[in-house]
Design a protein around this ligand. Structure first.
Ligand code: UDP
Length: 328
């Protein structure tokens, strides 16, 4: 298919661009590089621009005869969303609606959306299925859910087909270590632990050890970024007008913060200093996916099922790019 990837220079977007190319699709990327990296995506595929720019997006769609859009361009930091909700509503909701307007003008009706388990908030039951109530507890989750509602309503009106993929904790890096996770500021656990192993940070703060979990720290479902990319390709290939596919993406197994740190110690061979600090506001104790639907409807099986192998790929990236893409 001929596809446009918004936010294709970002973390999950750039890995998905590779997976799409490997699957034989024709790919173009739109990214404003506000969070993405020039080095993460083949230069000849990239158009520098913003999803808010409806004429530009419509022209790209028309010029390349695009059949479907994979939409990653968004802000994705919970803490930042609490401090600057305006940014999140502007980028994640208004920007998404502008993209849909451009698609409507040029009659591109198919979209794969990068969503999140943050739409569930604090779930009443774990593992979390897609039928779990959606009560997001921060602006990030609310803006992602708001865009999901728009997609659902447009689909019910017969105007589009979409897949909304709700990721749990994206982790890891391309197996060859050439692209990986690089956020500024970095807030995610695995990169922070590995940067500590490299001596770039003095210690890892553990946000709370008094949760109702076996070792007192929060449990998350870490899913490899290449497995996420694979699910996007599968979702794309199943899309038709009228499709409304909402799927969790996770491995269905949770690891605590302490377990992640200990896996990082084993993989790197480094002792990693830690310090217990207060809970981080808005962190649910336990988030683990029930990914049955993705398995059934997308025939999706994550290849990485163990935290050690996920961390190994992340370590390859961080070890060879201690300063991220800046050193490229
Ligand atoms: N975490 C931590 N210290 C850190 C960063 C994260 O203890 O410096 C914990 C965080 O509280 C959560 C888990 O690690 O329980 C994963 O956090 P991350 O920010 O990577 O992803 P999130 O679950 O917020 O999407």
């Amino acid at each position: 298919m001929r596809v446009l990837v918004t936010g294709g220079a970002g973390y999950v977007g750039s890995h998905t661009v590779r997976a799409l190319l490997e699957a034989g699709h024709h790919v173009w990327v739109l990214d404003n590089l506000s969070r993405g990296h020039l080095e993460a995506v083949p230069r000849n595929l990239l158009t520098l621009g913003d999803i808010h720019d409806v004429p530009l997006v419509a022209e790209l769609l028309r010029q390349h005869r695009i059949e479907a859009v994979l939409h990653f361009a968004a802000f994705a930091l919970v803490g930042e969303s609490v401090e600057h909700p305006d940014l999140y509503y502007r980028n994640n909701v208004q920007g998404g609606l502008a993209l849909l307007e451009a698609m409507r003008r040029v009659r591109v009706p198919l979209l794969v959306f990068s969503s999140t388990c943050a739409v569930y908030g604090i779930p009443p039951r774990v593992p979390i299925s897609e039928d779990s109530p959606t009560h997001p507890i921060n602006p990030y989750g609310r803006t992602k859910l708001a865009f999901e509602w728009a997609l659902s309503d447009l689909c019910q009106a017969g105007q589009i087909g979409y897949a909304s993929l709700r990721y749990f904790n994206a982790a890891g890096a391309a197996a060859d270590g050439s692209i990986g996770e690089d956020h500024d500021p970095e807030t995610h656990l695995i990169p922070l632990v590995l940067q500590t192993a490299l001596g770039l940070r003095p210690q890892v703060d553990i946000y709370g050890t008094d949760y109702d979990t076996p070792d007192g720290t929060c449990i998350r479902d870490y899913v490899h970024v290449d497995d996420l990319a694979d699910a996007h390709v599968r979702a794309l290939e199943r899309l038709r007008v009228g499709t409304a596919l909402v799927c969790n993406l996770g491995i269905g197994r949770g690891y605590s913060v302490r377990e992640v740190i200990s896996a990082c110690q084993e993989v790197t061979g480094c002792q990693i200093p830690t310090c217990t600090v207060a809970r981080r506001l808005g962190d649910p104790p336990r988030l683990v996916a029930d990914a049955t639907r993705a398995r059934q409807l997308l025939d999706w099986q994550p290849r990485y099922r163990d935290i050690h192998t996920i961390v190994e790929t992340a370590w390859r990236w961080h070890h060879s790019h201690p300063r991220g893409f800046r050193a490229c």
